[in-house]
Design a protein around this ligand. Structure first.
Ligand code: ADP
Ligand code: ASP
Ligand code: MG
Length: 429
């Protein structure tokens, strides 16, 4: 099923009558870190199947496996080939699927595990940050028909030439929601996606950084998408794009309790009453400033064309007012991409006849998000005052309809997040 198309259900009416609800359960790294935790997750999947559902389980690599694999690569070389990095990283999830299948078998239930390749998870070829293009639901449906729980490796796929790809850190969420969407497009009814993690839902800010943060009972796709893109690591942002596009209800909840979590869902009118839903912080950014760029049509287009061609995602961009035919241009990128950006930027300044390239690797971003911002005023001013009162200097500001972001020094990142959270009293209902 092509994920980009707005496809129709291919199911026959007759088949629909016998279909049950379909549940995709995703267990993150900490939820499968030990044998005991894998067994607990297995029992949850079996319980869902016993309630009459068709169940897909998506698993991440256990515990810190992905970090350990990255460290292993670093011991060999500073700049490993992205293709081989994917080949390496995908092994983490392959361990988890096999163990999960064994755990379900040990409980006496039927299950089969699949890698991304085996389940037809086709992506583009952008190694380490690939995007899903299509998913094949036939193999899953055949296993459902046999009564099996289907276990799928998160975070991985293959490109058109069967090269293993990965979806970017935290990408197992996207595997889960994409599978839910694919099954819906293939005719499954009442598809829900449950994200089991080490927190009991989505909070007003990362509870590890802001202890007073409060759990939300619901949040709109738009708000969650912004928060995830702005550093709320609880959900992979691409997963929310799929959820929104294919209208998949996503329930984020704890794998260690039965408590209700947070429902990520369509925006309803009542949500506008809340001005700021949450705050987030992106810790590891870098700022690049190109001095004295010739102020002529096409200069910015050329700069960002070359950066995009190197598969680098630019975060925020600011161009200053020009003086004497020249302008300064600043943008931020993920700290992990900075070495690649420096290569491109140095080449560019020569080509364009621009001045110096300045790099600041000590950059973070703090943001507030809420659909209520559309209809309320004074929100930006309140955020700037919160940072000013905390004596934090704002280096760049960017806004959209439902978010405000400030670029600051990383030295104040956590402090800024807490200051903003307190200023908007997000801990209060
Ligand atoms: P998993 O391995 O299950 O995918 P992650 O570590 O990716 O888990 O995501 C869960 C973590 O996300 C939490 O432990 C929490 O520290 C962090 N987090 C960041 N922002 C938020 C937020 N707004 N709400 C809840 N958790 C958040
Ligand atoms: N194992 C991968 C990571 O650690 C994917 C995931 O956990 O979602 O980023
Ligand atoms: Mg995650």
């Amino acid at each position: 099923m092509r994920m980009a198309a707005s496809g129709h259900a291919t199911q026959h009416r007759f088949e629909r009558l016998v279909l049950m609800a379909t549940v995709v359960q995703k267990f993150g790294g900490s939820s499968v870190a030990t044998a005991e935790k894998i067994k607990r997750a297995a029992r949850r999947a079996i319980a869902a199947r016993d309630r009459g559902n068709q169940v897909v389980v998506v698993v991440s690599a256990r515990g810190d496996t992905t970090d350990e694999l990255i460290e292993l690569a670093k011991e060999i070389t500073d700049r490993p080939s992205a293709r081989e990095m994917d080949q390496l990283l995908a092994t983490g999830e392959q361990i988890s699927i096999a163990l999960m299948a064994m755990a379900i078998h040990a409980e006496g239930a039927g299950a089969i595990s699949f890698t991304g390749h085996q389940v037809g998870m086709i992506t583009d070829s952008v190694h380490t940050k690939a995007r899903i293009k299509s998913v094949d639901c036939e193999r899953i449906k055949k296993e459902f028909a046999k009564g099996n729980i289907v276990i799928v490796a998160g975070f991985q796929g293959v490109d058109a030439n069967a090269n293993v790809t990965t979806l970017g850190r935290g990408g197992s969420d996207t595997t889960a929601v994409a599978l839910a969407a694919a099954l819906k497009l293939c005719g499954s009814e009442n598809v829900v996606c449950e994200i089991y993690t080490d927190v009991d839902g989505v909070y007003t800010a990362d509870p590890r950084k802001v202890p007073e943060a409060r759990k939300l009972t619901e949040i709109s796709y738009e708000e969650m998408l912004e928060l995830a893109s702005l550093g709320a690591g609880v959900m992979h942002s691409r997963s929310i794009e799929f959820g929104k596009k294919y209208d998949i209800a996503i329930h984020v909840r704890s794998s260690f309790s039965e408590a209700e979590g947070t429902l990520i869902t369509k925006e309803v009118k009542s949500m506008e009453g809340i001005v700021v839903r949450g705050a987030a912080m992106t810790r590891d950014l870098a700022k690049v400033t190109l001095r004295s760029v010739p102020d002529r049509p096409g200069a910015a287009a050329e700069i960002f064309h070359q950066i995009a061609s190197a598969n680098i995602v630019v975060d925020d961009i600011i161009q200053n007012i020009s003086r004497e035919g020249q302008t300064d241009l600043s943008f931020t990128v993920a700290l992990a991409d900075i070495e690649d950006v420096i290569d491109v930027a140095n080449g560019l300044t020569k080509e364009l006849g621009a001045g110096a390239v300045e790099i600041d690797k000590n950059i973070s971003k703090v943001s507030i998000v809420g659909v209520g911002m559309r209809s309320h005023t004074g929100v930006a001013q309140k955020m700037f005052k919160a940072l000013a009162d905390a004596k934090i200097n704002i280096q760049m500001i960017t806004t959209s309809e439902i978010k405000i972001s400030c670029i600051i020094s990383r030295d104040h990142a956590e402090q800024a997040l807490r200051a903003v959270h307190a200023a908007f009293e997000l801990e209060k209902e």
